[in-house]
Design a binder for this molecule. Structure first.
Ligand code: FE2
Length: 246
């Protein structure tokens, strides 16, 4: 990003670090929030906590942090190849995400996004970590992305450091219609207890630039690596899919 562009962005959003890459998309074309409201049967996503009886499903540790009623609805819907949510997701990858990596002929992306639901007094993700650490085992070279589906701010947001080991944690300050690419691969990040009165809902997924993926996959030892929670291999056809520029 050239300096003047970055400077302009800084005026709009001072929560960003120099290596972040913020993009916008058209929410009418890719109406993720509208679809979630419909499948969750709520009027406002950021008031979702009013429908929740217990914090228990929203404070769980790694491997058990996606088991609430709402997580289950989301994953069931996005796994259905003919659902509106899935179709919009596929179009978003093919038309928008690929554009954000203009120097690549193809990109390798996490097939389906994760959803995070961070309700007041809750923790969407309990452990502070970086994705390449021993608990998560993600390949080096991945780029993280977050798509806010409600406003992300203060303690309902993701807090992260600017570069590995720096410890200068600050939260993303993001709104619906934005998508951020950042380094969660080697920068520590995590959640604080949500002290705001609003639920944060966001998607996240990883992009593996094709040349980085090639380097990773060239090492035969890496072929067996898999996700810590589901044991899905970090290869195209399993955890990832490849998307080509049209
Ligand atoms: Fe992470």
């Amino acid at each position: 990003m050239i300096y003047s562009q970055k400077n302009q962005l800084s005026e709009i959003n001072d929560s960003l670090f120099p290596n972040d890459n913020l993009k916008n998309y058209n929410t009418s074309q890719y109406p993720f929030s509208r679809i979630l409201k419909s499948i969750f049967n709520v009027n406002n996503l950021d008031d979702l906590h009013n429908e929740v009886n217990s914090l228990n499903d929203f404070n769980a540790d790694l491997g058990k942090d996606s088991e609430s009623h709402y997580h289950k609805i989301f994953y069931k819907e996005i796994k259905k190849t003919d659902s509106e949510l899935r179709n919009v997701w596929e179009l978003f990858l093919e038309n928008e995400v690929i554009k954000h990596f203009s120097c690549e002929n193809s990109i390798v992306v996490q097939k389906l996004p994760n959803i995070r639901i961070h309700i007041p007094k809750g923790l969407a993700v309990k452990r502070w970590h970086c994705d390449s650490d021993q608990d998560h085992k993600h390949p080096l070279g991945e780029i993280n992305s977050v798509i806010p589906l409600t406003k992300m701010f203060d303690t309902n947001s993701i807090w992260r450091e600017s570069s590995p080991g720096k410890g200068d944690f600050k939260p993303f300050n993001l709104k619906v219609g934005e998508i951020i690419y950042w380094n969660g691969n080697t920068c520590i990040h995590g959640n604080k207890t949500n002290l705001s009165s609003k639920t944060r809902i966001s998607f996240d997924f990883r992009v593996f630039p094709r040349n980085e993926y090639n380097k990773y996959i060239a090492n035969p030892d890496n072929i067996q690596n898999s996700t810590a929670t589901m044991g899905t291999k970090f290869i195209v056809g399993a955890y990832y899919k490849e998307i080509f520029k049209k």
